[in-house]
Design a protein around this ligand. Structure first.
Ligand code: PEP
Length: 251
């Protein structure tokens, strides 16, 4: 059975102080997620990873928002996998659209990061999705297929137990314009079909695919009723403890 997942992406929000305040109120939410069999967690900034990891049970996922694909070296400002592992972090986002947009991340770079993560037994949440312009041109599936094929180039099937894919249409991220559940399902199913072509149906059926883009407590449930959507990657609505809890209540 595929994992159901609700992962918050804090982006460049929360200081160590406010992150600590957030996790101090999490007990009930974590218990509720356990009862509902939902893998729950957040991706804080690097500075807050240690604080959040040390104050939450192991079942609560704490992920990084990015990582370098090499272990060490002259890469000012970067963080490596051994550094994350040392503070108990074993999940990481790759290819978030904000990194593709502002840091110029390519599918080729994402592919290097994915290899590094899954080979080190870290769960990689690989983000894919089309821009508004691409959506309007009707080339969503071409774009997403390219991202999946190039991102997963030469990744062995047995490593895919460490992979989660998040479909996040760029036009829906932080805009309040969430994709309809039908659009989200259509693309998530297409991603699963692509995984089936690249690997096989057993692998494709085992990978959790999340939808992300203006998911809120009042719309999360509609996505969860769709066959190929296994969870949500949530930005804005994951920042406050109340709405974070409501996301799990309404999942
Ligand atoms: C995100 O940051 O991945 C995201 C989906 O943001 P939001 O929920 O705010 O649209």
């Amino acid at each position: 059975m595929r994992k159901k997942i609700m992962l918050g992406n804090w982006k460049m929000n929360h200081t160590i102080t406010t992150a600590r305040e957030f996790v101090e109120t999490l007990d009930d939410t974590i218990k509720l997620a356990d009862r509902k069999n939902i893998v729950i967690g957040v991706c804080p900034t690097y500075l807050c990873l240690n604080t959040v990891r040390r104050r939450t049970p192991f079942s609560f996922v704490v992920g990084a928002q990015d990582v370098h694909y090499l272990e060490s070296g002259a890469f000012t400002g970067s963080i490596s996998i051994p550094m994350l592992k040392e503070v108990g972090i074993d999940w990481c986002l790759v290819g978030h659209s904000e990194r593709r947009m502002y840091q110029g991340e390519t599918n080729e770079l994402c592919n290097k990061k994915i290899h590094a993560l899954v080979n080190n037994e870290m769960t990689c949440v690989y983000c894919v999705g089309e821009t508004l312009e691409q959506y309007e041109q009707g080339i969503t599936k071409d774009v997403v297929k390219n991202q999946v094929v190039e991102g997963l180039k030469d990744v062995q099937a047995e490593r895919l137990k460490y992979l989660v894919i998040a479909y996040e249409p760029v036009w829906s991220i932080g805009t309040g314009k969430n994709a309809s559940k039908e659009i989200a399902e259509d693309v998530c199913k297409f991603i699963r079909d692509t995984l089936c072509e690249l690997y096989n149906s057993e692998v494709a059926e085992s990978i959790s695919i999340l939808y992300g883009g203006s998911v809120k407590p009042n719309n999360i449930h509609e996505y969860m009723t769709m066959a190929d959507i296994d969870g949500a990657l949530v930005g804005g609505a994951s920042l406050k403890t109340d709405s974070f809890k409501e996301l799990i209540e309404n999942f």
